[in-house]
Design a protein around this ligand. Structure first.
Ligand code: PMT
Length: 405
């Protein structure tokens, strides 16, 4: 998890979107962060500090002076943390930060802050269009602040336009990139996920139990680490990871075409998809009717996508998964060699807490040269990170070897 062991300072200024900041805290804490909230006086008109205290498990800092304040808190807070998020950032606060003012705790903390800052403006659409607000934001961007532009939609004032605070999930995703080493920056990855659907007639198909969770986790964590990610996905109900190009497909043959199309421009391919090995030999044009006691369906073999693209991989790195119900290492090792892979993620799938549909997974990383690495049970995002830990230095080394690298 990107936020495990990380400390985040969340500054909340006074706009109606202050209530959404509570959800930002909940998500950050859920991802393992320690969150310290600083509120302006105007923010406290919209939301009680108690809301943030309950969600963060820490006292909320509100004042520069008076009872409960800590000496030098205004200097220490912005240096002790790994990142600062300001959400919502009002036009007033943005103006004060751009001008270098420090007339309350949050602005003073920001004057002394040395850590990366994510600024999430939210305001009325006319304020957002005001050149002075844009100039202030340009000045802050030039000083290294990351600015997450507001979303468009219904505003609290009744207008429709830009100015809404982006969804908490998006804010957390942008903040995750601030605290995650960008060791895949510049790398182009193709990731596959989910099942395939092999049509039998207009209403029926053959499929498997893959939900896409494993592949989506790989795409999400790779994007957090700076990669440009194309996710080729079979049918899945999961939301697309932010900042990832999603290419939806249904059948194995559609997945092959999509992978082949994007593989040429990629530096690596990671195939977590559960591709149907067989499809019905023919597709009935009308719905098959009930009546016969026995119905035989003839199946033909689908192309092996990994084998096809890995045969012409050149300098690209190719990672496969092996879903096994027995002889895990022997079968995974065979697939590693037969499919010409650089790494295979051996995945025992006949248990409830690993493999298909679970949020957790337990795998063994098997490569050509190194001894197998057996990972304990962990979340699929952590598994994704361990695969990317293997990939990142090898991709960097290959880039170094390139002319001009
Ligand atoms: O999606 P989830 O619910 O999170 O489940 C995750 C998962 C169990 C699907 C995933 O962790 C996993 O193990 N994926 C690989 C599933 C699979 O098809 O394994 P396999 O051993 O049959 O295939 C070996 C490799 O060849 C895989 O990388 C597969 O994508 C690829 N393959 C398989 C068949 C085929 N026709 N073409 C392929 O490219």
């Amino acid at each position: 998890m990107s936020f495990a062991g990380k400390q985040v300072l969340l500054g909340v200024s006074g706009g109606i979107a202050a209530y959404k900041a509570a959800e930002v805290v909940r998500r950050l804490v859920g991802e393992g962060a320690r969150v310290k909230v600083v509120m302006t006086a105007a923010a406290r008109e919209f939301v009680q500090p108690l809301t943030f205290e309950a969600l963060s498990g820490q006292p909320v800092a509100c004042r520069l002076f008076g009872p409960g304040t800590q000496p030098l808190e205004h200097v220490a807070l912005g240096q002790e943390v790994d990142a600062v998020i300001i959400a919502p950032a009002t036009a007033n606060l943005i103006g004060k930060l751009a001008a270098g003012l420090g007339d309350d705790l949050l602005t003073t903390v920001m004057l002394a802050a040395t850590r990366p800052v994510l600024l999430c403006p939210a305001m009325n659409d006319r304020m957002w269009d005001n050149p002075v607000v844009r100039e202030n934001l340009d000045r802050l961007s030039a000083r290294g602040y990351q600015v997450l532009p507001p979303a468009s939609g219904d505003l609290a004032c009744g207008a429709v336009g830009p100015g809404r605070l982006p969804e908490p999930e998006l804010i957390v995703e942008a903040a995750a990139r601030l605290v995650t080493p960008q060791d895949l920056a510049g790398a182009r990855l193709v990731v596959t996920a989910g099942p395939t659907h092999e049509d039998l007639d207009p209403v029926r198909f053959l499929t498997n139990r893959s939900t896409g969770k494993m592949g989506y986790a790989v795409a999400k964590m790779a994007r957090r680490r700076g990669a440009v990610v194309t996710l080729v996905t079979g049918p899945s109900s999961l939301a697309a990871p932010h900042g990832v190009e999603v290419v939806p497909v249904r059948s194995a043959r559609e997945m092959l075409a999509a992978v082949e199309k994007h593989f040429d421009a990629a530096d690596a391919l990671i195939m977590a998809a559960a591709v149907g090995d067989y499809r019905p030999e023919s597709l009935a044009e009308t719905k098959l009717k009930r009546g016969k006691d026995h119905l035989e369906v003839s199946l033909v073999q689908n192309p092996d996508i990994l084998k096809a693209v890995a045969a012409r991989k050149g300098r690209r790195l190719v990672v496969g998964f092996a879903a096994e119900t027995g002889a895990l290492l022997a079968e995974a090792g065979r697939k590693l060699r037969e499919k010409n892979l650089d790494l295979i993620v051996a995945n025992e799938v006949n248990r409830p807490d690993a493999g298909f549909a679970a949020d957790t997974n337990e795998v063994v990383l098997l490569s050509r040269q190194e001894p197998p690495v057996a990972l304990p049970l962990m979340s699929k995002e952590e598994v994704a990170d361990r695969i990317l830990d293997w990939l990142a230095p090898r991709l960097a080394a290959r880039r170094q070897e390139e002319p001009g690298g």
